[in-house]
Design a protein around this ligand. Sequence first.
Ligand code: ATP
Ligand code: MG
Length: 393
Amino acid sequence: MFQSFLIKYAEIGVKGKNRYLFEDALVQQIKYALKKCDGEFLIRKTQGRIFVDAQSEFDFDEVVKRLQRVFGISGICPVVQLQDEGFEKLCQDVIGYIDEVYPDKEKTFKVAARRARKNYPLESMEINAKVGEAVLRAYPQMRVDVHQPEILINIEVREEIYLYSEIIPGPGGMPVGTGGKAMLLLSGGIDSPVAGYMIARRGVKIDAVYFHAPPYTSERAKQKVVDLAKIVSRYTGPIYLHVINFTDIQMYIYEKCPHEELTIIMRRYMMRIAQQIACETECLGLVTGESIGQVASQTMQSLMATNDVCEIPVYRPLIALDKQDIVEISEKIGTFETSILPYEDCCTIFVAKHPVTKPSLNVIRRHEENLAENIEQLVQAALETKELIIVTE
Ligand code: ATP
Ligand code: MG
C-alpha cells in the first residue's frame, strides 16, 4: 500500500541559512543509497520535507534497510498520499488505512493533523476531532489517548494529503559530506572500521589509507581491508583507499631501532605518511581506531608519542570506549565477521615480545635519529608507489 516515504531529519533541521546545503547533501546520500535497489525512485524536497516516491514496484524491506544507513535521517515514515477528494473521503481513507496497518484494533490512538495548505476548509483541531470520531464509529474497540497513544495518526494537508503513523528509526547523525573530509587509517582489525563509521556519522566524508607489508602480509589481508572498506562505504559513499607498501620502512626500523620501540616508531611513520596523503587530498584530519589502554601502543604515553608527529588534528572516536562497546557497534554495522578473519597484520609481524608501554618521547625521538640516512627516501618511495583503489559498495 505504501508508495512513498517521508524522511524525518532532526539535527539538520536547525542549521539556519545553511539548511539547504544539508538537505541537498541528504538527498544526494539517499540517491546513492537507493541506486542499487530494484525500482525507480524520485527523491524530492518540498517545504522542508524530503520524500522518497517509488515510481515502480519495489521491495519495501530493502528500501527501508538502505535508508537506515543514510546518516542525517532520524526517522523513515511509510506514507500514503491521498488526493483531496473531500473530507468524507479522507475519513474513509483513514479508516481503511487503520484496517490494513493494524489488524488488531485493541489500541489507543490520537489524530494529529497539520494544515499546511491554509485554504483547506477545516482547521487542524477540527480535523483531529472529526477524523477521531469517524475512527471511533468504525472501530468501537479503539480508544483515544491524547497523551501516550499507541498509534499516532498523522495527517498532513498540503496540495495532496499525507497519511502516516509508523516511524522507523534512522541512524541519526548528519549527511556525509556536510562536515568536510578526513583520512581514516584503516587496518583489518575491529576498531578502525568502527572509527570510520562513527566519524562519518557526523557528516564527515572519509578517504582511507592502509599500510601493508608484502610478502609478509598476504594479498588476502589486503582484500580483507578492501572488503571492510566496502562495508563501511554502504554508509559513507565511495571511499578512496590508498594502499601503501610499508615493507621497506618497517624493515629499516627493525634494523636500526630497539625492537621494543618498533611499534611506536612504525606508528609514527604511519601517521606521517597518512598526514602527507591527507594534505594532498584536502582531508582536514586523521582518524584512527585507537582506544586508551587497549594495547601497549595505545597507553597515554604511547598515544602522546604517536601524536607527536601529527600537525593536523587526529580524531579518535573510540578513545573512551571499551572493546565490548566497539564489538557491539561493529556487529551492528556489519564489519565484525570480516574483521575477525585471521589474516596477518603488518603491525604484528615484527612485534617485540615486550613492547614499551610507557615510551619516553625524548628517547623515541633520539632513536629515530638512527634512521636519518635513508628514511626520507624510503618514505618518498612508499608515497610514489602507492596504489589507489576506489571502493564502492
Ligand atoms: P584495529 O582493530 O583498527 O586494527 P588495533 O586494536 O589492532 O586496531 P593497532 O594495531 O594498535 O590497534 O592500531 C591502532 C590504529 O592504527 C588502528 O585502529 C588504525 O587506525 C591504525 N592502523 C594500525 N595498523 C594499520 C595499518 N596496517 N594500516 C592502516 N592503519 C593502521
Ligand atoms: Mg590492528
